[in-house]
Design a protein around this ligand. Structure first.
Ligand code: AMP
Length: 395
């Protein structure tokens, strides 16, 4: 994919509108994980070296199209200011005369961070007038928000048609890593997919099942697969409307010679609670009145065996309710095994990233994708509007 690069451009004295994904977790007015900010720093540093005046815009949470102090970018501003040596100013206004005036007062090498773009409902509507107002802030547009590239919003898509548009370094890296993964994976290629729902990941499971050598399924989605094979699942997560598709996917994998594995044993609980009573069960399935909360030790061993021989690994979604210590083992053991592997490893999705952080192995992963939904849609083979608008501009 041919995306317009920033490395060979001259930005001296230019006002650059940089769309980033600074949608980081905030608790009690403080950011609790700045991974997404840190991943954007190379683009910002490069722009500053090139003498740009950088106007940064991002969304944070879902303020429903109007100002809401719960979703202010102020905590992000505090953290970001500490992570960069450059002078950073804050604009209470996203658009309008005051924001434009601040953007014009910036000196080369200075940064202006805008308030939450989603304080305006026109942002998510990709409304033309709002796109024009965003464009008034800058001479050039750069998109580095891979995590928001599956949305056609004003700041991720609309504004790209109004200014010379480029892809940031992180955007390009994400796309290169993910497209390289699908186009020419070294084999064995192993995909590990977990998380709560089959419905949200069925498309990717289907797409991957044509491409991988092994598909290891874990998490809440496993129990729809188990039920489709007549294994009792008690009160575990179940999506009836996906039961027959899950059944067919297992069959199709068999026909295509793909090793699709679902959990063979489970850690079950008498309720969805960190202090629930627990038991380990295997092929007899999950007892009536109980629910599966994590993969069991035989499943962990089976999956680790496959991971050890892999040359390429893609992991998205936890193996169990890893937020509760009693049910974190499956996810943590898989995180460790993935990190020890000599394979090229790509981890995506907020929970899997949290899991590799929790296991202390994030630095051993080849590529941690910042985009949850965006990376899934990309891997499903969909065109991302935030990327397509950049490609089109260059043609
Ligand atoms: P997702 O956003 O679809 O990747 O799902 C992540 C969530 O799935 C996490 O919050 C996990 O706690 C949850 N999850 C994983 N395994 C299970 C399970 N066996 N039962 C219920 N929830 C689960």
């Amino acid at each position: 994919m041919n995306l317009p690069k920033i490395e060979s451009e001259n930005f001296k004295g230019k006002r650059v509108f940089l769309r980033v994904d600074f949608n980081v977790p905030v608790e009690n007015g403080k950011t609790t994980d700045t991974t997404r900010i840190e991943k954007t720093l190379p683009t910002i540093e490069l722009l500053l070296q090139k003498g740009a005046r950088v106007i940064i815009g991002s969304h944070l949470g879902r303020p429903k199209g109007k100002p809401d102090p719960e979703f202010t970018m102020r905590p992000v501003f505090e953290s970001f200011s500490k992570l960069t040596k450059a002078k950073v100013l804050f604009s209470e206004n996203v658009i309008g005369p005051k924001a434009v005036a601040l953007s014009k007062e910036l000196k080369d090498g200075e940064i202006l961070l805008l308030e939450n773009l989603r304080y305006h409902k026109e942002e998510e509507e990709n409304e033309k007038g709002f796109c024009k107002k965003l464009a008034e802030l800058a001479d050039v547009y750069i998109n580095d928000a891979f995590g928001a590239a599956h949305r056609a919003h004003a700041s991720t898509e609309g504004v790209a048609h109004l200014l010379p548009a480029f892809a940031g370094l992180l955007m390009r890296k994400e796309i290169e890593m993910l497209s390289g993964l699908l186009a020419r994976p070294e084999r064995p290629f192993v995909a590990i997919v977990g998380g709560s729902k089959v419905s949200s990941k069925f498309a990717i499971l289907k797409n991957l099942s044509d491409k991988v050598d092994h598909l290891l399924i874990g998490g809440g989605m496993s129990y729809t697969f188990l039920k489709s094979r007549a294994v009792p699942i008690g009160n575990s997560l179940f999506e009836k409307e996906f039961e027959s598709q899950a059944f067919q996917l297992i069959d199709r994998a068999g026909v295509n010679g793909i090793d699709l594995q679902i959990p063979v044993d489970h850690v079950i609980a008498d309720k969805f609670d960190a202090n629930a009573k627990t038991k380990n069960v295997d092929k007899m399935g999950i007892l009536d009145g109980w629910m599966a909360m994590d993969i069991g030790s035989k499943t962990i061993d089976n999956y680790i065996k496959v991971i050890k021989d892999a040359k390429t690994i893609l992991w998205n979604g936890p193996m169990g309710v890893f937020e509760m210590d009693k049910f974190a083992k499956g996810t943590i053991e898989i995180a460790k095994a993935v990190s020890k592997s000599k394979a090229k490893t790509i981890v995506g999705g907020g929970d899997s990233i949290a899991a590799v952080n929790k296991a202390g192995v994030a630095d051993k992963i080849t590529h941690i994708s910042t985009g949850g939904g965006a990376s899934l849609e990309f891997l499903e083979g969909k065109t991302l509007p935030g990327v397509a608008c950049l490609v089109k501009k260059e043609d």
